[in-house]
Design a protein. Structure first.
Length: 260
């Protein structure tokens, strides 16, 4: 399965979605985002997939919107408005995806590419990864949920520095401040991804979106409300086939045989 602007590779429990416009630093236009919306939903909803991995072809992850296409459109504001709407639709799906979302940053992640990289439940970078917010340099405010995610990922002080000083952030600094979880040499990525996939196979797939919802929603809840949300989802989980199987497996000291 593949296309000009996106490539998809299915392998076991991992689905790899590659942005494939290396000649344009994998910038996205409206056509690419429409296609990406269809692709991520198709692979993310597959019961076989535990990890939906997003990466970039060539030497870049993603440099955000194709501003040349925007500048050549009939209306710059209308073009960017529709582009942002399509982009947010993709990100909204990733925030509710049944599979774990992993982003692998192999080069520059700029503007919307920065926002896309931050959409990963787990975020990896190679030593060549670079992060730049970049919106202000184009005279634009941020999008892609970055105003919501950055303070939650790195804290308000770091979010302010990243937005207003707009520094170029390398891989090691990105790991140190929480933009990414691991820095992995490119040659080691297949092994590390398989190790993570192996750990996920020990867990019920159904708990991935539930735990994501608790983490993301917990940022806006009181402690008492978080207790209530956790209690509701614990009861829900325990009432599922996977919950019953997981508990039996722990009691019987064996590997679980989850339904998905």
């Amino acid at each position: 399965m593949g296309s000009i602007k996106l490539q998809v590779q299915m392998g076991g429990t991992v689905a790899r979605v590659m942005l494939n416009r290396p000649e344009k630093s994998n910038t996205f236009d409206r056509e690419m985002l429409r296609e990406m919306g269809d692709v991520v939903r198709g692979v993310g909803d597959s019961e076989k997939v535990r990890i939906l991995l997003v990466e970039g072809a060539g030497g870049a992850f993603c440099a955000g919107a194709d501003l040349q296409a925007a500048a050549e459109s009939d209306s710059l504001s209308s073009y960017l408005g529709s582009l942002v709407k399509a982009f947010h639709s993709v990100l909204s799906y990733l925030a509710s995806c049944p599979a774990l979302v992993m982003t692998v940053v192999n080069g520059p992640a700029v503007g919307g590419g920065f926002s896309l990289a931050m959409a990963g439940d787990l975020r990896l970078g190679t030593p060549d990864a670079k992060f730049l917010v970049g919106y202000g340099r184009a005279g634009l405010s941020v999008d892609g949920g970055l105003s919501w995610r950055l303070p939650r990922l790195v804290g308000m002080a770091q979010a302010q520095r990243l937005l207003f000083e707009d520094p170029n952030v390398g891989a090691e600094e990105a790991r140190a401040i929480g933009l990414i979880h691991h820095v992995v040499p490119a040659a080691d990525l297949p092994r590390v991804i398989e190790e993570i996939a192996g750990r996920l196979r020990l867990q019920a797939r159904s708990v991935i979106p539930r735990n994501r919802d608790l983490l993301l929603g917990g940022q806006g809840r009181t402690l008492a409300a978080s207790f209530e949300a956790e209690a509701i989802l614990m009861k829900t989980s325990a009432g599922t086939e996977d919950g019953s199987e997981g508990i039996r497996a722990v009691v019987e000291k064996r590997a679980p045989r989850f339904s998905s």
